[in-house]
Design a protein around this ligand. Structure first.
Ligand SMILES: *Cc1c(COP(=O)(O)O)cnc(C)c1O
Length: 480
């Protein structure tokens, strides 16, 4: 390396005024106030476009000025999703160890494709893979891939499933594709997450051709419905279950679903985008009973583990199927021949971010006990929120709060439409800005959906948010 380049970066960090120093300052300013920032901002789209936009500059600007201006002009459009009172979607946050390791990852700029390109990135993935297999109680030889998110994790797992179920009837799907292939039956529950359907769509298995079977009142795939559906199918079979329904947090009964699927020679995939982490917490582990009976699993590190975006994880029991479905096999990819692990073999990517570092740092900073505490704490706080809300009249909790998701409906004053009223309360809560909560539809009914998944959320945050929600409901009730 030219000494001058090294000196330039050193100057950037050490001296005031360099772009790296500016970025650290802007990040510190943001993070030090994230818990008091309004979680929802009225941002004017046109003005955001105007302030950030304009034609591509013909000549360059000072990097430090660009960073300062970016921090300023983006600010109105930056949402405090990383803060402790953002309960929308299932959003997680950034644990300090994860964020710092993520900064290092960018500074190192490793390409986590081949071992040869970054031995450290490759080995860290290998170590994290073993830790997670242990944490979730999966079979030791399970294949692991570090993906962009759960969507691509499910894509990877279902590609491995597609390989195995077609290979078992003598069809090489990697070489021949799906044209002329024996049909594959894919069964999902009625409350399947849309990203499973997206993965099936991208894999050529189709989203409209899946067999949907009934789910129970908590959104769990019904075993009797699966049994009936399987009785009328033959040939290659993939069943998609879930550990943690995105609305209710409910877990499919894997000890019932796995034997039914396997008796038919099928492959059982589990979408555990956030719910899989229950397996890492002793008091919640019973929810995930039977997890290890499945053939593949999807989860996210960027949700419940509180690693920055983008960070998903795929696990496949049949590591050979996993690798075969993902391998690129390009001749110039000097493949390692010993037991060294080339990260790209386990994901649908070639050049890629070294995602292992942030997960590694988080798992080390938390330890086994800390992970369990994070998962249990969010769950405890979710129950506290549900209790605080249900203590008020006219507020109904619609799900069994088993993990971290809560569904709330508000009973309207007489004469007003229930769904419209619940939506109006949600709009008020969002405008109020104490906390941010989104809406969903549950069994045909408009609901408020609360997700507690941030490491920094406290009891005080939950109490303050519950009070704001109830105040908004009362105001809406009195408003017409
Ligand atoms: C969030 C989520 C997904 C999709 O995960 P991404 O990381 O956004 O791709 C899939 N399934 C469930 C149950 C989820 O909660």
């Amino acid at each position: 390396m030219h000494a001058s380049v090294g000196r330039r970066f050193e100057r950037d960090v050490a001296a005031a005024g360099g772009p790296l120093r500016r970025a650290v300052e802007a990040a510190a300013a943001f993070l030090s106030s994230v818990d008091e920032r309004p979680v929802a901002r009225e941002v004017d789209l046109a003005s955001l476009r105007r302030s950030l936009g304009g034609p591509l500059p013909a000549t360059g600007e000072s990097a430090a000025d660009v960073i300062v201006q970016l921090a300023d002009t983006a600010a109105p459009g930056i949402v405090a999703t990383a803060g402790p009172r953002y309960f929308g979607f299932v959003i997680g946050g950034s644990h300090p160890a994860a964020l710092a390791a993520d900064w290092l990852t960018s500074a190192w700029d490793q390409n986590a494709c081949l071992y040869a390109m970054s031995p450290a990135a490759a080995v860290v993935e290998e170590i994290v893979a073993a830790w997670l297999i242990d944490l979730f109680g999966l079979p030791t030889d399970t294949g692991v891939g570090f993906t962009t998110g759960a969507t691509m994790a499910s894509f990877t797992a279902l590609a491995a499933a597609r390989h195995r179920v077609l290979d078992s009837v003598g069809w090489d799907v990697e070489e021949r594709g799906l044209t002329g292939a024996p049909p594959v039956t894919v069964v999902v529950g009625d409350e399947v997450h849309v990203t499973i359907l997206a993965a099936l769509q991208m894999l050529g298995l189709g989203r409209g051709t899946v067999r949907r079977v009934a789910a129970d009142e908590q959104g769990r795939l019904r075993a009797d419905a699966l049994e009936a559906a399987l009785a009328s199918t033959a040939g290659p079979l993939i069943v998609c279950a879930q550990a943690g329904n995105v609305n209710t947090g409910a877990f499919d009964r894997l000890p019932l679903l796995a034997p039914l699927t396997h008796a038919r020679g099928g492959w059982l995939h589990v979408d555990g985008a956030f719910g899989m982490w229950a397996a890492a917490a002793p008091s919640l582990r019973p929810l995930s009973t039977g997890l290890a009976m499945a053939d593949s699993w999807t989860t996210d590190a960027h949700k419940y583990l509180n690693v920055p975006y983008d960070s998903g994880l795929v696990f496949v029991r049949d590591a050979h199927a996993h690798r075969t479905a993902m391998t690129l096999g390009a001749s110039y990819y000097v493949e390692t021949t010993d037991d060294r692990r080339d990260p790209y073999n386990w994901v649908p990517e070639s050049s890629r971010r070294a995602r292992g570092f942030a997960i590694y740092a988080t798992l080390r900073a938390l330890g086994r006990d800390g992970v369990a505490d994070l998962v249990e704490r969010c769950s405890r706080l979710a129950r506290r929120m549900a209790d605080a809300l249900s203590a008020a009249p006219h507020t109904r909790i619609l799900n069994e709060v088993v993990l971290n998701q809560i569904l709330v409906a508000f009973e309207p004053p007489s004469g007003r439409d229930a769904d419209a009223f619940t939506r109006a309360v949600i709009a008020r809560v969002q405008a109020d800005g104490t906390c941010w909560i989104g809406g969903s539809t549950w069994r045909g009914r408009a609901v408020m959906r609360i997700s507690v998944s941030n490491w920094s959320t406290t009891t005080a945050d939950v109490e303050r948010s519950a009070a704001a929600i109830l105040r908004c409901a009362a105001e809406e009730s009195a408003s017409r």
